[in-house]
Design a protein around this ligand. Structure first.
Ligand code: CP
Length: 312
């Protein structure tokens, strides 16, 4: 069964069948990364360009590793040393890269909708959204779902609390959409200044009180306070923010004992999460990073399909 989309632009476009297909395929790809020789020829002869206009550690490295583990050629396009610095537009850059016939272009951009624009101009390559402004980060939500499944064996009916800077978070948006489609009970929590009113349209419960969000939760997903996107002051001080919305040991009496603590990274230690919790027994943060490789392998594989010359 193929995906219903040619491009992976957002969770919004995916059906529940698409999500299950990606998660099931990711499960089968995990094993490759555990082998001594972590490489198969499945996508030999295919090429993937990573086009990142914003900094990234996890997403960029894992897309590159995912492509290489499947035998594809991966090229990391560095915006800082490209003709973007001479004023070349996104569309011109995209058209020039497409002229070299890549099979997939993975794009991260500070502007919401940038991957969608590239997709409109793409005759051949599939476009993958690796994070567009404050809009979506679909592969992050998929790897988060895979990590939840690893620990909870299901997503439906779980209480998931997403806490922090909701307004600037593409991770929050993609997770709210994915977890909602999969039947979870999603709560979002943060200061009123950092939760946009439109969030209620995603079918989540909004609260400004961390105790309400965490009470009985199966999953606690902490978000980074995105100072680089905050043009105004949204809370009086980091100390006050941490007291009200930071995750620390004493607040772990509210979720279930079996709860897991997640964070997409990068972490602001001591701002939204106490290092003791980030590194402690509830944390699955590094498992999320590991699962990022498997999910991105699955996404590349499913978008490219199995052509005649591809081998398993
Ligand atoms: N979670 C995430 O997107 O991390 P990077 O910005 O390092 O890719």
């Amino acid at each position: 069964m193929p995906l219903s989309v040619k491009h992976l632009l957002g969770i919004e476009d995916l059906t529940v069948d698409d999500i299950n297909l990606i998660l099931n395929t990711s499960q089968s790809f995990k094993e490759i990364s555990a082998r001594p020789i972590k490489k198969v020829p499945t996508l030999r002869g295919k090429s993937v360009i990573n086009l990142f206009y914003e900094p990234s550690t996890r997403t960029r490295a894992s897309f590159e590793i995912a492509a290489k583990r499947l035998g594809a050629d991966a090229v990391n396009f560095s915006v800082a040393t490209s003709s973007v610095t001479k004023g070349e537009s996104l569309i011109d850059t995209g058209n020039n890269l497409q002229s070299m016939n890549p099979d997939i272009i993975v794009v991260r951009h500070s502007a919401a909708g940038a991957p969608h624009l590239l997709a409109q101009y793409s005759k051949y390559a599939s476009i993958v959204n690796a994070g567009d402004g404050m809009h979506e980060h679909p592969t992050q939500a998929l790897l988060d779902a895979l990590t939840i499944l690893d620990h909870k064996k299901k997503i439906a009916d779980l209480k998931v609390a997403i806490v922090g800077d909701i307004a600037h978070s593409r991770v929050a948006r993609s997770n709210a959409l994915l977890l909602g489609k999969m039947g979870a009970e999603v709560w979002v929590c943060g200061p009123p200044t950092l939760i946009p009113v439109e969030f209620e349209q995603y079918g989540v419960t909004v609260t400004y009180h961390m105790k309400e969000a965490l009470q009985g939760a199966d999953v606690v997903m902490m978000l980074r306070t995105q100072r680089e996107r905050q043009q105004e002051v949204f809370y009086p001080s980091v100390k006050e923010y941490f007291a009200l919305y930071g995750l620390e040991r004493k607040k772990m009496k509210w979720p279930k004992k079996s709860a897991i603590v997640m964070h997409p990274g990068p972490i602001n230690r001591g701002v939204e999460i106490d290092p003791e919790l980030a590194d402690g027994e509830y944390s699955v943060i590094l498992e999320q990073v590991t699962n990022g490789v498997a999910v991105r392998m699955a996404v590349l594989f499913l978008l490219l399909g199995t052509s005649e010359e591809s081998e398993q």
